[in-house]
Design a protein around this ligand. Structure first.
Ligand code: SAH
Ligand code: SF4
Ligand code: F3S
Length: 446
């Protein structure tokens, strides 16, 4: 199982692995040992999609070698490339046996049985509700093997249609899972040792899952309800859209101690003209207002964002406005990309595309600025005592590694028994990618 792209894919990959465990499959570390390879793909940028075809080329060679040795080898393409390109994947790469979309992978056992008989198949139905209903529940051992921090998908799909983005086409319309389903899944994870839950969705703050009476709950109500689960130490949610950042959700950051002070809130651009062309439906000022209200509710909240440089028509002045927004906010971490035209999206139809050279320049400038901010944020943590959820052994002997409330990786010296515990640590140094600290003796904190 090889997964690319976003957290939604990480979650789906785990569900597919669990599903196929019931069919007698176990995960291998490399394709060399595998009888079946699943590429769980991403279509968000051109390079992501092209990478899949080069991976498939290598797998096709492996498949030929296997066939010569008289051994079977099946190749499945799942995820968003599967959804976007469907049958085309089978035509472009003859070695592929099954193409299955992100809303229909619950059919994998049946598809693989037919593939074993020699069929080549595509299944890209949108069957989200059926998917969640039919997937097997992970066992305690499967949950434990994935560590103390887990994702729970609460919402799928997107109705926003930003003019650069393929997600509404690959993941379909917005669908929220019922409250009861989310609660049951979360409790199951916590019972098996999970201490941190990240609720995920392409537009997680548009969550409107129904309770048993059919009333739709906003995300903050779900978070408040999940907060009451004993043993659950931390809650997070991602990815949010600025227009769905309601005052209720903002207030939850002040009211719920388990809700971590870190919000990933993609803004894409700081220019109103570009935001409008992107169909983002908010202004730069709206974004700054949200940030101010978040900080009023929870003064230590850390912000993270996504940026696209070189959207068609973006001028130097527009780009300067993006830099100004970044300076005004001060981000703890960010992702930034050159605009990549995606087939079928309105952005791709435009005639005022920006030269790659200019995109590269702008990206370098933007990344220089956000890197300075990230380092400043990390350095500001040095000397503070922050709670760390320990997740695993560290790279060096005697070390354990975990995360601060602000998603910073932190290493300390300590016994592996502390994995799964939240303990205060004094941060002693900030390296380029992680912090070092020392556990502070005393009371365990939440
Ligand atoms: N649902 C999230 C983002 C999903 S995609 C949101 O609304 O923000 C993750 C990130 O990929 C986006 O935030 C955007 O910055 C980037 N992205 C999406 N489409 C892109 C494209 N065509 N070219 C470059 N970057 C893109
Ligand atoms: Fe894509 Fe926009 Fe939907 Fe995010 S909100 S998934 S960027 S269309
Ligand atoms: Fe990629 Fe699909 Fe996620 S396109 S970013 S894997 S929703």
């Amino acid at each position: 199982m090889k997964s690319f792209g976003c957290q939604m894919n990480v979650y789906d990959a785990a569900r597919m692995t669990d599903l196929l465990a019931g069919e007698g499959y176990g995960e291998t570390a490399s394709e060399e040992d595998a009888d079946l390879v699943i590429l769980n793909t991403c279509h968000i940028r051109e390079r992501a999609a092209e990478k899949i075809y080069s991976e498939l080329g290598k797998l096709a060679v492996l498949k030929r070698e296997r066939a010569e040795a008289g051994r079977d080898f099946k190749i499945v393409v799942a995820g968003c490339v599967a959804q976007a390109e469907g049958e085309l994947v089978l035509r472009r790469q003859k070695a592929v046996d099954v193409v299955v979309g992100p809303q229909s992978y619950q059919h994998l056992p049946r598809l693989l049985r037919r593939a074993a008989e020699g069929a080549r198949l595509t299944d890209t139905d949108f069957a989200v509700e059926e998917k969640f209903r039919d997937l097997p529940k992970p066992t305690r051992a499967q949950i434990a093997a994935r560590g103390v921090s887990a994702f729970v998908t609460v919402q799928e799909g997107c109705d926003k249609f930003c003019s650069f983005c393929v997600v509404p086409y690959t993941r379909g319309a917005e669908v929220s899972r019922d409250v009861a389903q989310v609660v049951t899944e979360t409790k199951r994870l916590v019972d098996a040792g999970v201490r941190e839950i990240t609720l995920i969705g392409q537009n997680v703050n548009a969550y409107r899952g129904e309770d048993s009476l059919g009333d739709p709950w906003p995300l903050e109500r779900l978070l408040e309800h999940l907060s009451d689960i004993d043993g659950l130490e931390r809650l997070r949610y991602t990815t949010s859209h600025p227009v769905d950042m309601t005052q209720g959700l903002i207030d939850a950051h002040g009211a719920l101690p388990k809700l971590m002070p870190f919000v990933h809130l993609p803004v894409q651009s700081g220019s109103d003209r570009v935001l409008k062309a992107m169909n983002r439906r908010h202004s730069a000022q709206d974004y700054l207002d949200i940030v101010a209200r978040l900080r009023a509710a929870r003064p230590d909240v850390a912000l993270s964002s996504d940026f696209i440089v070189g959207f068609p028509g973006e001028t130097d002045a527009d780009f300067e406005e993006t830099l100004a927004l970044i300076r005004a906010v001060g981000f703890a971490s960010t992702f930034s990309f050159k605009y990549s035209p995606r087939p079928g999206t309105p952005g791709a139809e435009r005639e005022d595309h920006i030269a790659d050279e200019i995109m590269r320049e702008r990206l370098a400038i933007l990344q220089g600025l956000v890197e300075t901010q990230r380092q400043a944020f990390n350095t500001a943590t040095v000397g503070r005592v922050v709670n760390i959820l320990f997740e695993k052994r560290g790279r060096h002997d005697g070390q354990i590694a975990g995360k601060s409330p602000y998603m910073q990786p932190v290493h300390v010296f300590g016994p592996p028994e502390l994995v799964g515990r939240v303990l205060p640590a004094k941060i002693t140094a900030a390296g380029s990618n992680s912090l070092s600290g020392e556990i502070v003796q005393g009371q365990e904190q939440g």
